[in-house]
Design a binder for this molecule. Structure first.
Ligand SMILES: [Zn+2]
Length: 872
């Protein structure tokens, strides 16, 4: 799944981890005395009534004599059940709380094969769980489409089933639907039969054995564009009229599929691969990797050539790369239980960057992904973090596993291991793992076993350290001495922690480089300092290439030698030095002046767009922390002076020679400098905005994005109304979603209040309204929290089941005011079930930390700026 992870994402559980060992007794899974082999499923949706009927035949294997069959079922009404040809009906019991249905028979069932037949009915939901609908406007009125979303555990809302990833089975799906509509399943259509009443019955071919959460059904007035890619029919399915916007994703898939076929060494196994677009968006996810029928919200799949920025294209490419990677890591080989979700998500998040490096080198893969790594390390240093492999007892906890630790730290773990083993050795190990476990389920140890065949650099010990314990390793350079043309570097390892429990020791593989000299590799382990000898003498770079998941702290002399050499470092190392210095300074381990001096020393250049982007983001974050402080104008003046030369270097206007990264950087610089009140940028923005109002297509997509974003942030009453006009007139669902979200960015609290009221007015579609609320939450956490608490009856339906937990875990994380904490606590007690409250710990830790930084670290930064700012 491609999650929309906010700066802080869905929650965490602070529990001991059992790692890769057998299921603990307290894991709430179905009994294994009866297991499924095959489902033959027929459904009839009633779109207008939001209900459906279902009939399922399940081939089961009774392994031990029992008179009871228990399976997962949620919000389904079971009308009848029969076993084999037995005319007697079992006693049916439903347990709504545990989402279980049980069938008790008068006689014990003999071990062996049986067929269980169930007739039932269910609901078509407003939210993306189970079978759900999305509605969009057309000139002829609203049109409804249906889709399914089953991860982590919502297939049980569609079919009574063994809804656990390890219970693989085949699926033969059939649906009775209006003859005019198009139905999509995991597999190609095997047959279509016309029925009376303008209906048809569509039967899809049988799937391979797979987990329930990967089943898919879609229905709507769709068009499909497709292409043969090495014998696989690759398609993009869109609502009628959108085919032009499908070309980009189809091209992306046509490049990715052969690349993955070769890299994984096992070809994509299904005859077709569809990518299905649904209108709107979600605050929780962007796409879902259903086998052979990937679902995406439109903004993660469609590209309108006239309106898409470079950032939009990159987001679509990465999402497609992520989801197609899952067809192997997740679908062909699936984790046995949600403890090991990182095997799916960490790997797919790593693979999407690897694919960018190979297929779009102009986007500087890992350098551009540096923000994700920093975000993971920030969370991992605080209370509420958890090991990559986390203990999940039941499905109510599983949702909490879809977070930044699982995705972004998981990706960094894979990156660390690949760098340690070398690309080819690592790839061969993954090929072994895929071949060995195809159509099967695994635990993490299976991956380590496959990687550690015939290699001088085994990973298991290093990998267990990184996945079974939470926290960020810290490598400290104690000193470096030049001896006979070599540098002897003394290194120690510890933990970078803000308030995370300090328990961990790691084996940290690092590369140590001497600028102008050579490099050496070592594994830093244990408590005692360790010497690493590197050829040559000069400034020393620790974790050169930044491929290891660790922060680095330099000695005062080491840092002093590196700062003037900043421009000679590789881009990854420039990013690492900036990020580590920021983290250490904000945590009080380095003077703020060291950070600000380093930032001020970054040379403006078109050659390192990723570095300038990180710098701009760091300045924007420091600016947010200054919100409401008297020192903010002085900070902004300093930030403007620092950043303006970068925009001068890149230029306001696009050039044909611009790389993708330069275009993205330009947008960010305009947004940042506009936010800091740079007079020249604001004048250009105002002029460009006037032109957009007159001629919506007068700007290219990148400038349009930047200009509208600056206008939205600084909006006054008139500009806000103009932006609202753009939202109402937006020509596509895609643009409408972006336009409404912008209305939530205004700094003016009166306009923020109006945006909140607009979100629950019924004017924007539900999926857009939830994103609008989150946008206001980022700019005005306190105001938004109070509004949501005060309008719960209207807000809750926008998010559906688990609304309180979703909001509490995904909103307010830009807050830096300790007064927010008791209000958040009150909200959580009122709207979040006790069982999922642990997820909120992490969010509260962010707010507490930001408040502390604001109170304790900003004054030091402000004094430094006062002493170093150029005279006004
Ligand atoms: Zn995913």
């Amino acid at each position: 799944m491609h999650k929309n992870l906010s700066r802080l994402a869905a929650g965490a559980l602070v529990l001991l981890c059992t790692g890769a060992f057998p299921a603990p007794a307290n894991r709430m899974i179905l009994p294994d005395d009866v297991v499924p082999d095959a489902y033959r499923l027929e459904i009839t949706p009633h779109m207008a009534e939001s209900t459906f009927e279902g009939r399922v035949e399940i081939d089961i294997d009774v392994r031990r004599r029992t008179n009871r069959i228990e399976l997962d079922s949620a919000d389904l009404l079971i009308s009848s059940a029969r076993l084999d040809a037995d005319p007697a009906a079992p006693r049916i019991a439903l347990d709504a709380k545990r989402q279980r249905a049980s069938f008790t028979f008068a006689h014990a069932l003999a071990p062996g094969r049986h067929v269980l037949r169930i007739a039932y009915s269910g609901q078509i939901n407003d939210q993306a769980a189970g079978l759900f609908h999305l509605d969009h406007d057309t000139p002829q009125g609203p049109v409804r489409s249906l889709f399914t979303m089953f991860e982590d555990s919502d297939a049980r809302r569609f079919v009574p089933s063994w809804d656990e990833p390890a219970r693989r089975a085949t699926f033969e799906l059939a649906a009775t639907v209006p003859a005019s509509l198009t139905a999509i399943g995991n597999m190609p259509i095997a047959s279509t039969e016309a029925l009376p009443g303008e209906l048809k019955r569509v039967r899809f071919a049988k799937t391979p054995p797979m987990s329930t959460y990967l089943l898919f059904f879609g229905l709507g007035d769709f068009e499909r564009v497709h292409r043969d890619v090495g014998g696989v029919d690759v398609g993009v399915v869109v609502k009628r009229g959108d085919t032009a916007q499908a070309a980009y994703a189809l091209d992306a898939a046509a490049k990715l599929l052969p690349y993955y076929n070769a890299w994984f060494g096992t070809p994509y196994p299904l005859p077709k691969l569809d990518m299905v677009a649904g209108a709107g968006g979600s605050v929780t996810f962007g796409a879902m990797e259903n086998w052979g029928a990937i679902f995406y919200f439109e903004r993660d799949l469609l590209v309108d050539d006239k309106r898409a920025s470079e950032d939009d294209r990159r987001r679509v490419f990465e999402t497609v790369a992520h989801e197609i990677a899952h067809q192997w890591f997740g679908n062909l080989v699936t984790m046995a239980w949600w403890d090991d979700l990182w095997l799916n998500e960490g790997f797919a998040s790593w693979m999407q960057v690897k694919a960018v490096e190979q297929l779009h080198p102009e986007w500087t893969g890992w350098a551009n992904d540096a923000g994700e790594k920093q975000h993971a390390m920030d969370i991992d240093a605080r209370r509420g973090t958890h090991p990559v492999i986390m203990h999940i007892e039941d499905v109510s906890q599983a949702e909490g596993a879809f977070d930044t630790i699982t995705y972004a730290k998981g990706a960094q773990v894979v990156r660390t291991l690949e760098a340690w083993q070398g690309d080819d050795t690592f790839r061969d190990g993954v090929r072994r793992y895929i071949a060995r476990h195809a159509y099967g389920n695994t635990v993490t140890e299976d991956l380590w076993r496959a990687l550690d065949v015939d290699t001088p650099r085994p990973v298991a010990a290093i990998a267990r350290d990184l996945t079974l314990q939470a926290g960020v390793p810290l490598v400290t350079e104690l000193d470096a001495r030049c001896v006979d043309g070599h540098t002897v570097v003394a290194l120690a390892q510890g933990q970078f922690s803000i308030d995370a429990p300090r328990v961990a020791r790691w084996r940290v593989p690092v590369k140590v480089a001497v600028l102008g000299g050579g490099q050496a590799r070592a594994v830093i382990a244990g408590a005692a300092p360790q010497d690493v000898t590197v050829p040559g003498c000069g400034p020393v770079v620790i974790n050169a290439g930044q491929s290891s998941y660790a922060r680095v702290r330099y000695s005062a002399a080491g840092l002093a030698a590196l700062v003037p050499a900043f421009g000679r470092l590789g881009v990854d190392d420039q990013l690492g030095l900036l990020a580590d210095t920021q983290a250490l300074a904000l945590a009080g381990r380095l003077p703020m002046g060291e950070l600000l001096a380093l930032m001020a020393g970054v040379p403006p250049s078109r050659g390192n767009p990723a570095v300038a982007q990180l710098l701009a983001a760091q300045l924007q974050d420091l600016d947010r922390l200054h919100d409401g402080l008297a020192s903010q104008p002085a900070f902004r003046g300093w930030a403007r002076a620092l950043l303006a030369p970068f925009l001068a270097e890149v230029g306001w206007d696009s050039r044909d020679s611009d790389s993708g990264d330069v275009r993205t950087l330009r947008v960010q610089l305009i947004e940042a400098l506009g936010g800091f009140g740079d007079a020249r940028v604001l004048a250009d923005v105002d002029k460009a905005f006037e032109r957009v109002l007159e001629h919506p297509d007068s700007l290219d997509a990148d400038h349009r994005d930047a200009v509208l974003s600056v206008v939205a942030t600084r909006a006054d009453e008139r500009a806000w109304q103009q932006l609202h006009g753009l939202a109402l007139a937006a020509p596509s669902e895609l643009e409408k979603a972006d336009a409404y979200e912008r209305l939530g960015r205004a700094r003016d609290p009166v306009l923020a209040g109006r945006a909140l009221a607009l979100a629950i007015s019924g004017e924007p579609p539900t999926t857009v309204a939830s994103r609008l609320l989150r946008a206001v939450g980022r700019a005005h956490p306190g105001l938004t929290l109070d509004f949501i608490a005060g309008h719960w009856a209207q807000v809750e339906p926008l998010f559906g089941e688990g609304a309180g937990a979703t909001i509490a875990a995904r909103f307010f994380d830009t807050g830096a005011d300790a007064a927010l904490l008791p209000r958040l606590d009150t909200f959580v007690r009122a709207h979040v079930p006790a069982a999922t409250r642990e997820r909120i710990v992490k969010n509260a830790a962010v707010i507490r930390y930001r408040a502390a930084v604001r109170g304790q670290r900003l004054p030091e930064a402000d004094r430094w700026i006062a002493a170093h700012a150029p005279a006004a």
